[in-house]
Design a protein. Structure first.
Length: 408
């Protein structure tokens, strides 16, 4: 899979990463364009079918089929032209989900260019000038770190890492829906000494009304034996919160000599549908969305999606980061804007955490094993997709999304 966040990976040449992102965009564009007008029909026919001018049709044809990436880069449509391209593809017969794949690929490419500080109007000349890339990666990382420090001081809370996973399989009680286990580790939560207890975790499952940190209480989301030993009710306080349970952390005791880590695990008997549903805007379901809200200043984020291999899905899941909704907006996730923040995504053979991040890997793997057991499955039954970020802005939402399968 393509790595997105070159600013986090300064050892990788920026030009190479730009061309890799362009190859990814080209691959998706080729898949989409070929559904409307095969290569053999040429650029003029493509322009005619999309109802765009010949210049735009030629540029899109090059983007889809040209092997010389420099020529593709030289003829890349501008940001304002993409909307006409997408509209023409839909009018020309490309499906909504297919066009959405291209839209996401365009957003990824444009975000890469913007976050890396590259000159969008002169990418070809920039690729030939290595001086332009000096210190760009380090500067982007430095600015994000400064923003994190500012948010940490202003908010009075922070996390060294938030590590989360959603495991989905078919629900035994409702076979047309998915059952889910949600596993979370909060590593190194900190709260300013002058603060009263502050919220760090709210349960996913609205059916779990527990307000206890005792692991042996039925329905308790807190996993005591995979958390730092000896956590007391004074340090971690559980309370009802809008039909769920909120866990508040108090300032660290003077007796605590090292940072905490807190583990949570929940099982949801059934969540969203496994197949597309028709109907009005309110009841129409075409994609599945799994979200991790990030509302505490955080240094590192790991967000895993584990889909059981037997689940029906209509296409490869995508991962992105969305701007969080303002409090007064309760619209669907699909209406949220894409956040301009760098991240990485990958498909993995195992859920081991990045070694150089020094995270509680053993406890995380044990938590995932337990989550798979709650679903009467094994960890090896799942495919693993991961999104990672460093120093994300506060109040964004990490997202995994995939197209639902057609009804049987």
């Amino acid at each position: 899979m393509t790595e997105f966040s070159t600013p986090d990976n300064p050892d990788k040449p920026l030009r190479e990463s730009l061309l890799t992102e362009l190859e990814t965009l080209q691959s998706v564009c080729r898949d989409v364009v070929s559904t409307v007008s095969p290569r053999s029909l040429g650029a003029r026919e493509l322009a005619r079918r999309l109802a765009v001018n010949k210049t735009m049709g030629w540029r899109l044809f090059l983007l889809a089929y040209e092997s010389d990436l420099m020529k593709v880069l030289r003829n890349l449509p501008g940001r304002t032209s993409w909307s006409r391209v997408l509209g023409g593809l839909q009018a020309g017969g490309a499906g909504e989900i297919t066009c959405r794949r291209l839209e996401v690929a365009i957003e990824d490419f444009e975000r890469f260019v913007a976050e890396a500080g590259l000159p969008r109007q002169s990418l070809v000349s920039w690729v030939g000038n290595p001086v332009k890339e000096l210190n760009v990666a380090n500067e982007a990382l430095r600015l994000r770190r400064l923003a994190f420090e500012s948010e940490r001081i202003t908010d009075g809370r922070s996390l060294r890492a938030r590590i989360g996973a959603y495991l989905l399989t078919r629900s035994p009680s409702r076979p047309d829906h998915a059952a889910m286990a949600a596993a979370t580790i909060l590593d190194g939560p900190m709260i300013a000494p002058d603060q009263s207890p502050r919220a760090f975790y709210v349960t996913v499952n609205s059916l779990a009304k527990t307000t206890s940190i005792d692991q042996d209480e039925p329905g308790s989301a807190f996993v005591k034996d995979l958390s730092t030993p000896g956590i007391t009710r004074d340090e971690l306080q559980a309370a009802p919160h809008r039909g769920r349970t909120r866990f508040d952390l108090a300032p660290a005791s003077a007796l605590r000599l090292s940072p905490l880590h807190l583990a949570f695990l929940e099982r949801i008997e059934f969540t969203g549908p496994l197949h597309r549903t028709r109907g009005g805007d309110a009841s129409k379901e075409e994609t599945a969305d799994m979200c991790m809200p990030l509302d505490v200043p955080t240094e590192r984020v790991v967000f895993d999606l584990l889909l059981h291999r037997d689940l029906p899905i209509a296409g490869e899941p995508i991962s992105t980061v969305l701007m969080d909704r303002p409090p007064q907006d309760h619209g669907p996730v699909k209406s949220m804007r894409t956040a301009r923040t760098p991240f990485k995504r990958a498909t993995l053979p195992s859920p081991d955490l990045p070694e150089d991040w020094n995270l509680p890997n053993r406890d995380y793997l044990a938590l995932l094993d337990r989550a798979a057991g709650l679903l009467s499955t094994r960890l090896s039954d799942f495919t693993i997709r991961r999104l990672t970020m460093t120093y994300p802005p506060i109040r964004v939402m990490a997202l995994h999304r995939w197209p639902l399968a057609e009804p049987n």
